[in-house]
Design a protein around this ligand. Structure first.
Ligand code: ADP
Ligand code: GLC
Length: 493
């Protein structure tokens, strides 16, 4: 049995800005089902604390000094589970309104380096059992750059536990100027391009990539892609160097949270035997979004961060032709102001065809998944992607670009794949509006063939993307990490 300290900057339902929140909210529970003990360590953001208090008990279990400040460790459980959560309470850094990473003006918080440095130092103190909890993990599982300093700092300890670093997105690296490295008081030994330095900058993510005993990412496809210059964001060389320690484990989905048969957000629950009931949700959404109420029009959905990664420009490029087609589009997201604006403009011009909701809305996300006929994910790159897996489960056919986890989870529809029952969606290769448009047309054409369409939906609904298999993958990874665990960092170069 492993005891795992799961270090993450978000975990649903206590904090979520994207897929990391979903994964951190469901993987630890899946590990428990396999007989392991995973405890989540995350910051006590203002919203997080409020949510935790609303759900149950929050009690202080430790208090200690980190650098110049006093940290309180608060214990609670992840709502709806028995997974223990430790919240790092440091009000000057985390007791703020809004997003974990962004200030209300949409810019990164000016002190993110200080915030996640303190977070990492706290993780190290706990991992080394120095805060009076009388608990020590066998494995410290760190996620994304916000936890990147943990493996680096642990490497300086005499007998550190094994470390695993999961890359959810290599595009976000936690880069700061050299002055920040000095200001944080990080040990000089960590300043070299074999350590935390990245082209003269301090890179938080390198702390994970260089020092973790095992590195993984969230799909086998992305594990390969990030070792190439096109997807590696400058870190492909390092990842190639560590290729023997690098693997891909496809994310699972929380099948309790995302189940069309029981989803409390839906006006009408349904399953593969009662698929006609899905339509009730579609009509309800059309009404709610002020679209024309035409059951026969294929409805396309999109939910996600409105950023380059998600291929928003492909959707915008295709928009002039899309609005001429017999179809409707419902989009939900927040992100870059230019995307929010341009998409909203389209919905103002074609209100009965295009609906754009700028905002973050969990309930609406569930309703869109249940109501849409097809789901668009034309991503430039996609480490895993969760929405296409939610779509499959909801009988909503994904239309995706063939990259990363999207390629690993969606099988294109051809005469052969329809015949052998493996078709689950529509995929395309090239990152441009034309290719997206052609694929949307393919989807709309098949949509008119009700028998074939039903088959496609059922194929998708039969896919098993639960955490069962993936959690076993992490179990194996933890074992490997413990085997590989060494007191000093690998010598690079
Ligand atoms: P990423 O982590 O890159 O944002 P994923 O597909 O892994 O992409 O996960 C995104 C998660 O965040 C999904 O659960 C999705 O439904 C949710 N999500 C993204 N944007 C919104 C939004 N505006 N409102 C509600 N949920 C959202
Ligand atoms: C990242 C990726 C996304 C992935 C998620 C959870 O945010 O962009 O593809 O599904 O992390 O691992």
């Amino acid at each position: 049995m492993e005891t795992v300290l799961f270090v993450t900057s978000e975990a649903y339902p206590l904090a979520k800005t994207g897929g990391l929140g979903d994964v951190s909210g469901s993987l630890p529970r899946a590990l428990h089902s396999l007989g392991h003990e995973a405890r989540i360590l995350m910051p006590a953001y203002r919203d997080t604390l409020e949510r935790a208090e609303a759900h149950g008990k929050v009690r202080e279990v430790a208090g200690f000094d980190i650098m110049q400040g006093r940290v309180r460790l608060l214990e609670t459980v992840l709502p709806g589970t028995r997974v223990k959560v430790w919240l790092v309470d440091y009000p000057a850094f985390f007791d703020r309104a809004g997003n974990p990473y962004l200030a209300p003006d949409g810019q990164l918080w000016h002190d993110n380096a200080d915030r996640f440095h303190l977070f990492a130092r706290t993780a190290v103190e706990i991992a080394c059992d120095r805060v009076g909890l009388n608990w020590q993990p066998t494995v410290v599982h760190c996620n994304d750059w916000q936890a990147g300093l943990v493996p680096a700092l642990l490497s300086l300890e005499p007998t550190p536990p094994a470390t695993v670093f999961t890359i959810h997105n290599i595009a976000y690296q936690g880069l700061f100027p050299y002055e920040t490295f000095v200001a944080l008081g990080l040990p000089d030994a960590l300043w070299s391009h074999h350590a935390l330095e990245f082209h003269g900058h301090l890179s938080f993510i390198k702390g994970g990539l260089v020092y973790a005993d095992r590195i993984n990412t969230v799909s086998p496809g992305y594990a390969q892609e990030i070792q190439t210059p096109l997807f590696g964001y400058g870190l492909d060389g390092l990842l190639q160097f560590r290729t023997k320690r690098l693997s891909g484990i496809l994310n699972g989905i929380d099948t309790r949270e995302w189940n069309p048969g029981t989803d409390p957000h839906l006006i009408q629950n349904y399953n593969s035997r009662k698929l006609d009931d899905k339509q009730v949700n579609k009509l309800d959404l059309q009404k709610g979004m002020q679209l024309s109420h035409v059951a026969e029009l294929p409805l396309f959905g999109f939910i996600g961060r409105l950023v380059e990664q998600k291929g928003i420009d492909l959707i915008l490029d295709a928009m002039p032709q899309l609005v001429e087609m017999p179809m409707q589009l419902v989009m939900l997201g927040t992100g870059e102001a230019r995307f929010e604006q341009e998409l909203s403009d389209w919905s103002e011009r074609y209100p009965d065809r295009v609906s754009v909701t700028v905002g973050y809305d969990e309930k609406l996300a569930h309703r869109i998944e249940a109501s849409a006929d097809m789901f668009l994910m034309p991503s430039k790159f996609e480490p895993c992607g969760l929405n296409q897996m939610y779509s499959l489960r909801y009988g909503t056919v994904p239309v995706v670009r063939r990259v990363g986890g999207l390629a690993d989870t969606v099988t294109d529809t051809t005469t052969e794949t329809l015949a052998d029952g493996t078709a689950t969606g529509f995929t395309f290769e090239s990152s441009d509006g034309e290719a997206l448009l052609a694929t949307i047309r393919r989807g709309a054409e098949l949509y008119a063939d009700r028998t074939a369409w039903r088959k496609l939906q059922i194929n998708g609904m039969r896919c098993d993307h639960s955490w069962r298999r993936s959690a076993a993958g992490y179990q194996a990874l933890y074992e490997q990490a413990r085997r590989d665990s060494t007191p000093s960092p690998e010598v690079l170069g």
